[in-house]
Structures are given as structure tokens and as C-alpha cells.
Design a protein around this ligand. Sequence first.
Ligand SMILES: [Ca+2]
Ligand SMILES: [Ca+2]
Ligand SMILES: [Ca+2]
Ligand SMILES: [Ca+2]
Length: 455
Amino acid sequence: MFVIVGGGSFFLSPCFFLRLTETFFVVFSNLALFFSVLKKLQKVNEKPVIPLGQTFTIPENSKPSITCGGGPVTAQDSEVDDGIQAITWTIASGCTVPSGFSCPFVIGICDGQLRVATSEYLDENALNFESTSWDTVYTLQIKAQDDGPTPGQSATQPITLTITDVNEPPKILSTADGGTAFTVSEFATTGTVVAGNSGNIAATDVDTVGGHDVQLTFTHHNAGSVPFAVSVNGKVTVDLSNEGTTGGINFESPQKVHDLIVSVSDSGWGSTPAKPLSTSSVVVTVTITDGNDAPVIDTSWGWLSSEVLSSDSKLTSIVHVIPEDCVGISGTSAAGSSLPLCTFTLTQVDEDDLTTSSHDTPGFNSNSNGWALDDDSNCPGEFAISSSGVVSVTSAIDYEGAVTKGNDPFYCTIVAKVTDQGGKSDTITLAYEISLVVAFVIFVFLFFAFSSPDT
Ligand SMILES: [Ca+2]
Ligand SMILES: [Ca+2]
Ligand SMILES: [Ca+2]
Ligand SMILES: [Ca+2]
């Protein structure tokens, strides 16, 4: 817009006209304006001077149109100071942004105030301190244009606008990344670190980019009710200190997956006192994996005597008394058909045999068919054990011959062994005594033997 005075002309900014209008309305008849315009025409127009080193800040994630910290950009201009000129502010250059995006900042054309752009022009990542594609420090070339005689005077100088870091809450990563779903063997002991991500619950905090929250603090909300512990650093370990409550980690028990309820907090940097930010509670799982349990030879047969129980109430020894002249699985004593068979069937228990369908690991099972004679060096070839655990005499043993060999306290010992499909085994030592058969059945059991599971 132009005003013609005495053949000359000059440019008047919108800001000037705003002030001019106000002036006319307030003091319509005041001739001051006339003289100020006259002064404006007569004086040599001074160039605005923008002082160097002006710095401004804006917190990351600020909303659209928020005012930047540091006040407006300032310039010195005597005509402006005298109220006869106004400055028009613009960002001349320096707002370097990714291709296709707008500058996230604007400057007030009349007041020189830096602000965040309106939502229409503000990308959601533009004010993210941790962004890898947007800058956090802008060196903006700011232009101050006065509205003196055409073309007026202007100055352009750099200012620094910095996006500052703000504390943001941490996150626990999803199960799919492996850092919140762990496994552990049923044979693990207290303190064992679970498998997966080195036992560490995976959590992140974006503020590590700015050097904050490198170490987060974990809280275990159901500690003591699950057989696992979570350290403040997020390490998951086995905790069998209270199996009565937690149920332990036996694969053959019903519960094969345990839920650990955890949350994580950051340091709360950026405020005094610190105000840590936390995640909501999430479920971290630990799945128990099967291990090969050794078979255990069953010693609960009916002729167990308390006299041969060891101090820990386990059967430690057996003497099995059989009548003379009995002849194995299908035979009876030569002394008469009324004598009982001189065979004995050993049995075992393998916990792995208890699992079924998808939980079963066939290679760990026993299936009660892994029996063998492990040692018969006391009486070679005189006893046999079938694969199903039936101990028998291979040929008749005469009482008198037994006495000659030394039937007191026993005739000989043999060692029976059962081995499961995975190679785990247990053995039992059976001591045999041969009893004298007269005209009727003599059938006595004494017990003195040995049993212990192998590893
Ligand atoms: Ca941050
Ligand atoms: Ca944080
Ligand atoms: Ca098992
Ligand atoms: Ca087994």
C-alpha cells in the first residue's frame, strides 16, 4: 500500500497501519501523527540491527502454536523506538527439515515471537528430541524489515532455537521380542538365570538418547507367589525358597507356565524432587521345560520291614529268602507244587511316564521295560532279570550247596538296574538267602539290601 506525499512514496507495513488506525481513533484531531509522518519523510532511515547470540528454546513434544522460550527476537532501530516505524519479522532461511515437510516454527510478523507452527504444518516427529530425522538445534536466519521509505531497511542475522529433552516414560517390550517370554529347565536350582535375552526383561526408555535412564528400575508385583525372582535390574532367576506356596518348577506338575507381574520405572530426571515415570504392570512368562527324570526303583513292596529302614526312612537293603530247588519264572520248588514261585517282579516309577500328548517327551520315558542284570559276580549265571523286571533263578539251588557256599547271612547278591529311554537309571542290590525245604512250606523273608537312584 502506498501513500503519495509530494511526489515521493514509501511502503507502510500492516503493523504500521494497525498502529495508525488506533492512533486516529484515540486522538483523531491530534496533529502529532502529521508531524511524525513528516519526520519520517525527512529523516534518513536507519537499518535495524539484530543483536547476535540470541537463543531460544522449546521443550520437545510441545503442542502447536506454543510460544518458544527466550522472549521475542529483538532488533534495534531508532525509528521503531520513536514509534514512527514498525518491523516486519520473517524467518528468511535456515529451517532445515526432511524433504516434503514444513518448518515446525513460525515467527510473529509483528512481534518477532517464535512459536511452534500450527497443527496443519507440524509433523508429529518434528519436535521429538530423540528423532533421528529431525534436528534438535536450528540456526534460523531472522529478517527484520522496517517500513521506512521504499524499499525500507532490513537486517538478517542468525538466532539459535533448541529443542530441549523432556522425560518420557519407559516401555516394556512385547512378548514377541523374546525379552518377556522365558524358559527354564525343571531341574534348575535357585539363582539360575532363565533362558532368553540372558534372562533380562526387555525394556526401553527413549531418554537414553539424551544420556538419561540408561538403567531402569523393575518392580516384581507377585514376588513370593511364583517360583521366580525379578531383580531391580530386570534379571529373572529361579527362586525355590518357598515351593510350598509357589509350587516349584516340576514339569510334571500341572502348571508349566508361570506369570510374573512386573512394571518398570525410570529415574524421574528433569524435576526436583525426581518424579519417576512408570509403565503399567505387564505379564512376563516363564515356561518350564522338560528334563529327563531318572527312574526310581519301587521299594514299596509288601514285605518291607521297618527294621531295614535307614535313618532317612529309605530302604537301604534287602535280603530276599527263597526256597531251595525252585526253578524260575514258571517253576515251583522240587519239594512240592504248593511252594510259591521263586520269582520277584521289580517295578519302578519314572515321572516322565506321567506326561501325555504335547507335554510328553518320549525319549525320557521308561515304559517299565529297561531292566537288566547289572552285576551277578557273586553267583554268575544263577539269576536272570527280564526286561520287564522279573527276577528269576536260572537253575535250582540246593540248600545244602548254599550252606557250603556260605548261606549265612546270605547266599549271594545281585544288582538289578533299570534304565529309561534317555539313559537315566537306578539300581538295587538284592541279597538272596536259600531256605531249607522240609515236608511243608518254609517261607521266610528277611530284608537286607541296597537301593539308590543313579544320576
Ligand atoms: Ca525425552
Ligand atoms: Ca524416561
Ligand atoms: Ca521330566
Ligand atoms: Ca525319565
